[in-house]
Design a protein around this ligand. Structure first.
Ligand SMILES: [Zn+2]
Length: 384
């Protein structure tokens, strides 16, 4: 048996309607004055109303920071930290998609220390202490509620990560009711992102372990089995809950068995062209699956039954081909752009993207097959 280390969020509440009890849960963590970190769209959609009512009932004070931006820029994180200090917050609640959850992590980490954001880019540089932190995802995708990573966009359009065990929240609350209003294109891209987390965790080079494998397999089954249903009918609570749990399991898996080339190639698209994280992953998935086939084929054959339950394969090669085809077909069936060309990326931009992707060695080292500059360029060409 192999040696491994496994970490995750210490407490998870998966319950439809649980967001109304956040005030009480914050109180149980000793929070008297919370800062809720979210974006203006969710406030406008009324998602915060039951939450604020719950805080009132629990007798816990809460302030709102609702200016989170997608691909959070450094200055937006700094504003949120200022808001926490100004409100005298003694606890932070991330409420939203990956950008809100990542911003909340950094607010909880930075509000109570003298460290600045640029001091903590990299692995294990944050010293803490951090404020009590609750994470409440409103998309089924990033798994940020169970990862020790926060991604920020620097002034030079680079995506940088803070990685620290301090970024695991004290509690994650998964309430499928919060995801009912997501439009089909957001559901599609975040759902594919979660599937990529499961696939890349299962095929990762160094830290693959029995726990991450079990979680990735189960996640892939839940996500592939429900993604078409939630796109056809966004109000299907059971299918929404299955997606949220699939995203959770995939998040726990990749927090411990890290992602590879799909994510490394996706980041420059977000940094330079603001392509949403899930969409950039969806577009790079097919080319990278094919590229990794010589090194990861055996593992694809193990994943095939998770997305095609009940189907039997005559040979392992047949299972590998069926797996790649099924994932490509799924992405093609989603109501999202299918080519980089449709997103304002010009062919002349591809060398710059490939050069930037090579800087994401943090992730590229996890890929089953070595990716050089020429490979990255070819993968972008295929996705273009
Ligand atoms: Zn991702």
């Amino acid at each position: 048996m192999m040696d491994f280390v496994f970490e995750t969020t210490p407490k998870l509440v998966c319950e439809v309607g649980a967001a109304a009890r956040l005030g009480e849960m914050a109180k149980d963590l000793g929070i008297r004055r919370a800062l809720i970190v979210t974006d203006a769209g969710l406030v406008a959609a009324g998602l915060l109303e039951p939450v604020e009512a719950g805080f009132k009932t629990a007798g816990t004070a809460c302030a709102l920071f609702c200016d989170v931006l997608a691909d959070p820029p450094e200055e937006s994180v700094a504003l949120a930290v200022q808001a926490a200090r100004a409100a005298g917050a003694d606890g932070v609640i991330g409420f939203g998609g990956g950008s809100s959850l990542d911003t909340a992590k950094l607010v909880a980490l930075l509000a109570g220390t003298a460290q600045e954001l640029p001091d903590i880019y990299g692995i294990g540089l944050a010293k803490g202490p951090r404020l009590p932190l609750i994470q409440v995802p409103t998309t089924a995708g990033t798994g940020s509620e169970v990862t020790p990573i926060a991604i920020v966009t620097t002034p030079t359009s680079e995506k940088k990560g803070v990685v620290s065990s301090l970024l695991y929240p004290d509690l994650a609350v998964l309430d499928a009711r919060l995801t009912l209003g997501l439009p089909p294109w957001v559901t599609a891209m975040t759902g594919i992102d979660a599937m990529v987390h499961a696939i890349e965790a299962y095929t990762t080079r160094y830290k693959k372990n029995p726990l991450s494998d079990s979680l990735a397999l189960r996640a892939l089954g839940l996500l592939s089995g429900n993604i078409r249903a939630v796109i056809a009918d966004g109000r299907d609570v059971a299918a929404r809950a299955a997606m949220l749990q699939g995203s959770l399991l995939a998040g726990i898996a990749f927090a411990n068995a890290p992602v590879g080339a799909v994510h490394a190639l996706a980041y420059p698209l977000g940094g330079h062209f603001h392509v949403p994280h899930g969409l950039s992953n969806a577009l790079m998935l097919g080319p990278v699956l094919e590229f990794n086939r010589p090194a990861a084929g055996e593992l694809y054959a193990e994943l095939a039954p998770a997305i095609m339950p009940g189907r039997s394969f005559a040979t392992p090669d047949e299972a590998v081909a069926a797996f790649i085809d099924a994932m490509r077909d799924l992405v093609a069936a989603m109501p999202i752009e299918q080519r980089l060309e449709q997103l304002g990326v010009r062919q002349d931009d591809l060398p710059m993207l490939a050069a930037d992707a090579m800087k994401v060695q943090r992730l590229l080292i996890n890929n089953r097959r070595d990716v050089r500059y020429d490979d990255a360029l070819e993968l972008y060409r295929q996705a273009w």
